[in-house]
Design a protein around this ligand. Sequence first.
Ligand SMILES: Cc1cc2nc3c(=O)[nH]c(=O)nc-3n(C[C@H](O)[C@H](O)[C@H](O)COP(=O)(O)OP(=O)(O)OC[C@H]3O[C@@H](n4cnc5c(N)ncnc54)[C@H](O)[C@@H]3O)c2cc1C
Ligand code: FES
Length: 363
Amino acid sequence: MTTTRPAPVDAATGFVRLRVEAVDPLTADAVAVTFAVPDEHREAFRFAPGQHLTLRRVVDGQDLRRTYSVCSSAAGGPLRVAVKRLDGGAFSTWVADALRPGDELEVLPPAGRFGPRPDPARARRYGLVAAGSGITPVLSIAATVLDVEPASEVVLVYGNRTSADVMFLEELADLKDRHPERLQVLHVLSREEQESELLSGRIDRARLERLLTTLVPVDDVDEWYLCGPFGMVTEGRSTLLDAGVEASRVHVELFHADPPPPRQRATGPAGDAATVTVSLHGRSTTLAVERDGESILDRVLATRSDAPYACKGGVCGTCRARVVEGAVSMDVNYALEPDELAAGVVLTCQARPTTGTVRLEYL
Ligand SMILES: Cc1cc2nc3c(=O)[nH]c(=O)nc-3n(C[C@H](O)[C@H](O)[C@H](O)COP(=O)(O)OP(=O)(O)OC[C@H]3O[C@@H](n4cnc5c(N)ncnc54)[C@H](O)[C@@H]3O)c2cc1C
Ligand code: FES
C-alpha cells in the first residue's frame, strides 16, 4: 500500500521520513518493518536484491544510524527490512520493542552492491549461505531471482540455533511451494537434532566441505552469496575458494566486525596535515586532515553534516568516495569489492591521507 502524502526530505543529509506501515513479529526476537513509500519517492526507493537501507534516530542529541537489508523481492515486493534484537543494542532493541505502525523513521534510499542484477534471459544456479539475521539480503536475492529469472535455480543453506530462531520460516516455505523445482532450502540447526546428521551443527568449514561434496556440488553453482556472522562468512568464503571457486563468484556481506585495535598516534611533526578537498552534493569543501589523526569522514562531518555514513566501522559502505587526486590508506575494508578498489573507491570512515593533497568525490 502507498500513501500520496509528501514525505519530507532532510536537505542536509538526504534522509527521507517514511511512515511505518507494519511491524510484524518473525521470531521471539526479530520483527519485519514495512515502510509506505509515497509516489514522489518511489523511484529513489526502488531497490535491487541484496541492497540495504540506513535508518536514523536521534536520541538525546545522539545521531544513531544503523543499516538494515531489504528482505523482499525487488520484483514488486514492499520496502521491508527485518531487525533482529541484539541484547543491549541501542537501535535493534528499540525497533523490536517500541516501533509501531504509523510511526515515522528517517531512511536513506537503498544502497549496496551485494546482490546480482537479475536478467530474465539468464539460467544460473545460485548458492546462498546465511546464518541468523544474515537471511535478510539472501531472502531478497532468492525471491527476486526466482521471480525474474524463470530458468534459474537457487539452493539456500540457512543456519540457526533452533527452528524457533528461523526468521522467515513461513516465507521460505511459501517460496518453496511456489517454486518446488527451482528452490532447495537446507536448514542447518546447531542446537536441535535433525534427522540428517549433516544438517545438525554449525555451518563451519567441515560441514560446508561435506555439503559441497554431497547436496550442493560446487561445480553446479554459478554464483555464491554469503551473509552472516564474521566467522561463518570468512570461513565459508575460504572454503569455497579452496574448493576451486573463482573469487569473483563469491560475494559476501557482513553486518558487523569487531573494531581494529586503536591506532597509534602520529610521531611525525606537529601540523603534518594534508589538504583534502571533497565534492559532495555539488559543493566542494577543503580542509586540513592530519595523516594520523581523525578519519577523513570525521573531519568532513565537522563542517559538512550532509556527509553520508552509518557504521563508521568499514562494514556498511555508506561513506564511499572516489579518490581523484592523491592517495589515502584505509584501516579496514569489509565493504568494497576488488573492482571498486581498483577504481579508486575508498571508505572515508577508514581513510587517512598519505599524500599532501587529496581530492575525493562522494559517490
Ligand atoms: C550492510 C549491513 C546490513 C545489515 N542488515 C541487517 C539486517 O537486515 N538485520 C539486522 O538485524 N541487522 C542488520 N545489520 C546490523 C545492524 O546494522 C546493527 O548493527 C544491529 O542491529 C545492531 O545495532 P544496535 O544499535 O542494536 O547495537 P549496538 O548498540 O550498535 O551494539 C551493541 C553491541 O553489539 C555489537 N554488535 C553490533 N552489531 C552486531 C552484530 N550485527 N552482530 C554481533 N554484534 C554486534 C556492538 O559491537 C556492541 O558491542 C546490518 C549491518 C550492515 C552493515
Ligand atoms: S560508514 Fe560504514 S563503511 Fe564507512
